[in-house]
Design a protein around this ligand. Structure first.
Ligand SMILES: NC(=O)c1ccc[n+]([C@@H]2O[C@H](COP(=O)([O-])OP(=O)(O)OC[C@H]3O[C@@H](n4cnc5c(N)ncnc54)[C@H](OP(=O)(O)O)[C@@H]3O)[C@@H](O)[C@H]2O)c1
Length: 324
């Protein structure tokens, strides 16, 4: 089977595609023929050696897949060959085959195409757990989403609306803001052009944002922190801008606010029930036509580097998916 391989940390162009041995499912594992693999910013960090996890070389990036079960290891009771599934892995998804623990495999609903299945768990899961479980976003509250047309950002706009919030989408270009509006954003702010604090102040009549969803970090964090409402909740999701910001904690005290980290993948280890329930809720919303994954582009396995570069160069809107 073919796989995208990272032989040494570097930019996406250093990745190769090669024939490798087909993996065998160990007890408790499901072997999947990958039909689609979602691309996430953590893949961009992983291949450059900038992610918290550093797999042994050579490895394949790719954290979420959709495909068909090829074989199952001993003790696998929930899946059988031929089943359509979604799988979540630490890495290895950008390949024609991958093995996934049964606990991280879920049925792919009949009406869901592989491309949607592979674009689904990480982006929607992160935003749902962050907004509902961590920030306890309430109907009528104001949600400010940064990077609002990115993979996780667009799902935060969509889920924020589902939860009944007034959503302010902030992003770098008019095209990105137009997409966020299509996904329900009530107000938009083009940062880099408009003053974030002034606009949030004007939109909210001086009350500012109850919940802020931040997958960008860097200088934008410093600006966004000044946009939080009294008793507001600031969700730290990621640092796509590169710099991990530092916080003058007096700001948290003065606004009676809270800073809430959300590392979605860690729920698998610490509170798997939360992850499982969240994914069931999200899949039921999808089945009811209430969530619509936005695909920016699909790429064949041979063009995995171009897929990663779309994220690295800030071009992707919604999700990028590889079709092995
Ligand atoms: N906490 C979790 O569990 C979790 C899960 C998944 C992802 N993440 C993190 O969330 C962040 C976004 O991930 P994603 O997969 O949604 O990525 P993405 O689709 O590439 O979105 C990132 C967004 O960040 C903005 N951005 C600002 N400066 C950037 C820069 N220098 N390079 C690239 N993008 C920049 C871009 O929007 P504008 O151009 O509009 O600014 C872009 O749309 C990453 O930091 C990722 O590690 C966290």
């Amino acid at each position: 089977m073919k796989a995208v391989l990272c032989h040494a940390f570097g930019l996406p162009d250093t990745l190769t595609v090669a024939e490798v041995a087909s993996p065998h499912p160990a007890p408790g594992e499901v072997k999947i023929a990958v039909r689609a693999c979602g691309v996430n910013f953590p893949d961009v960090l992983l291949v450059q050696g900038l992610y918290q996890m550093k797999p042994p070389f050579p490895f394949s990036p790719g954290l979420e897949v959709a495909g068909d079960v090829l074989a199952v290891g001993a003790d696998v009771t929930h899946f059988k060959p031929g089943d359509r599934v979604i799988g979540i892995v630490n890495y290895g998804g950008m390949a024609q085959e991958v093995v996934v623990p049964q606990s991280m495999t879920l049925p792919l609903p009949e009406a869901m195409p592989y491309e949607h299945g592979a674009a689904f768990p990480i982006a929607y899961g992160t935003s749902h757990v962050a907004l509902e479980y961590r920030a306890r976003l309430q109907p009528g509250e104001t949600l400010l989403v940064l990077g609002a047309a990115g993979g996780v950002g667009l799902t935060a706009v969509e889920i924020g609306k589902r939860l009944g919030a007034t959503v302010i989408a902030a992003a770098s270009t008019p095209a990105k803001l137009a997409l966020a509006q299509q996904y329900g954003a009530d107000h938009v702010i083009q940062y880099g052009v408009e003053d974030l604090r002034e606009r949030v102040q004007a939109i909210t009549g001086g009350a500012f944002a109850d919940v802020i969803y931040d997958p960008v970090g860097g200088d934008l964090f410093d600006q966004a922190l000044r946009c939080i409402a009294w008793e507001g909740r600031y969700l730290v999701i990621g640092f796509a801008a590169g710099r991990i910001p530092e916080l003058p904690v007096n700001r948290v005290l003065l606004k009676n606010s809270a800073l809430l980290g959300t590392f979605w993948g860690a729920y698998a280890q610490h509170r798997p029930q939360v992850m499982a329930e969240s994914l069931q809720t999200l899949l039921s919303w999808y089945a009811a036509g209430r969530l619509k994954p936005h695909l920016h582009a699909t790429f064949p396995l041979e063009r995995a580097a171009d897929a990663l570069k779309a994220l690295l160069h800030r071009q992707a809107m919604g999700k990028v998916v590889i079709l092995p």
